[in-house]
Design a protein around this ligand. Structure first.
Ligand SMILES: Nc1ncnc2c1ncn2[C@@H]1O[C@H](COP(=O)(O)OP(=O)(O)OP(=O)(O)O)[C@@H](O)[C@H]1O
Ligand SMILES: [Mg+2]
Length: 323
């Protein structure tokens, strides 16, 4: 079912909330719901994204990984149209968003939800009011229908009994879930998450993962999830993408990343530089190419704020792009 055609149909939502309806399997013959081609983004002299290509199939969960500052959040902001690229293109639902006017972009925005790290709830509103807000702003539904929709969304994230609480009265994990309920308000086809489990205890983090998986399975939502939590990444991903210095080091099925993570330490010579770097990242090892690269950044360079020519470079890693 095309959810945009169903609009904000409360009956379809309640079916989904009660677990009915199978998710459409990611089908390779369907056009990608997100397509990013040759994306370049600079801030001043800094090239933050340097030719990123990726595509996401309907109904799949893509996990975005990479070190701090590798450009993950910037990539998300470009995909949702809150930043404009210096070059390249972003297509959502088959249409380029990079040169859309604000009105057209707002129509596209109704079809995806965003959960940023903070949850970004309005503190002066109850959870129910927070979730109702997008429905009041973007639909012509009457109050009682909106109330039903809000109840369904809060039930989906396990917060129905806390509908009348204010954000200050709930825990961090509950705020995340409330943010998710609000992101779900308009029945989006795509959900973007920026570090949904950061700062949460392992059990709450696992609950958020379960929710993300349920949304995929019950509602057929396509998800793009930026996360540093490796357990979480491997629990939810269909495919994974690893960014490094603004470039795609690898994009592939979760299983390929699992094999790299589990590659024996006494057979490292079998791996190329990119694979070694990804392996270290996935395992969180203290030793490896990432650490060597960091320690090769000289103190003199840090003091001068510019590269010092005779320093030893960290291992040069060539990006391997897999379509
Ligand atoms: N609006 C901006 N103006 C200038 N520089 C920016 C801006 N947004 C991001 N950057 C820079 O771009 C680089 C990538 O930032 P980004 O937030 O995308 O990283 P990230 O991979 O999400 O990191 P983290 O894991 O720490 O969240 C950083 O060096 C950051 O300082
Ligand atoms: Mg970030």
């Amino acid at each position: 079912m095309n959810q945009s055609e169903s609009g904000t149909d409360a009956s379809s939502l309640s079916r989904a909330a009660s677990g009915g309806g199978a998710a459409p399997a990611p089908a390779s013959d369907e056009p990608p719901i997100i397509a990013v081609d040759g994306l370049i983004k600079r801030f001043g002299d800094q090239v933050v994204l340097d030719g990123v290509d990726l595509s996401v199939n309907p109904g799949e969960t893509l996990v975005v990984m990479g070190g701090s500052g590798s450009g993950k959040s910037t990539l998300l902001r470009l995909i949702i149209g809150s930043l404009v690229p210096d070059a390249g293109d972003v297509r959502l639902f088959g249409r380029s968003i990079c040169h859309m006017d604000e009105e057209a972009l707002n129509e596209v925005r109704k079809r995806f939800g965003i959960l940023f790290q903070s949850g970004a709830l309005f503190n002066s509103m109850t959870l129910a009011e927070n979730v109702a807000l997008p429905l009041q702003e973007h639909t012509t539904l009457d109050h009682s229908t909106i109330d039903i929709m809000v109840t369904i969304k809060l039930e989906l994230v396990g917060l129905r009994e806390h509908a009348d609480k204010y954000p200050a009265q709930i825990s961090g994990g509950m705020k995340k879930r409330a943010g998710l309920a609000r992101a779900l308000a308009l029945d989006p086809q795509i959900l973007f998450y920026d570090e949904p489990s950061a700062g949460l205890d392992p059990v709450t983090s696992a609950q958020i993962d379960q929710l993300i998986a349920d949304l995929t399975n019950k509602l057929g939502v396509t998800s793009v999830v930026v996360t540093h939590e490796m357990d979480s990444a491997f629990r939810i991903a269909d495919r994974m993408i690893m960014l490094d210095r603004g470039r795609v080091l690898m994009i592939d099925e979760r299983q390929r990343f699992e094999r790299l993570r589990d590659h024996p330490g006494d057979r490292l010579s079998e791996l190329d530089d990119a694979s070694k770097l990804i392996r270290q990242f996935l395992r969180g090892d203290a030793e490896g190419p990432i650490t060597q690269r960091k320690s090769s950044t000289g103190y003199a360079e840090d003091l001068l704020g510019r590269p010092v020519t005779d320093r030893t470079e960290g291992p040069a890693v060539e990006a391997t792009r897999v379509a």
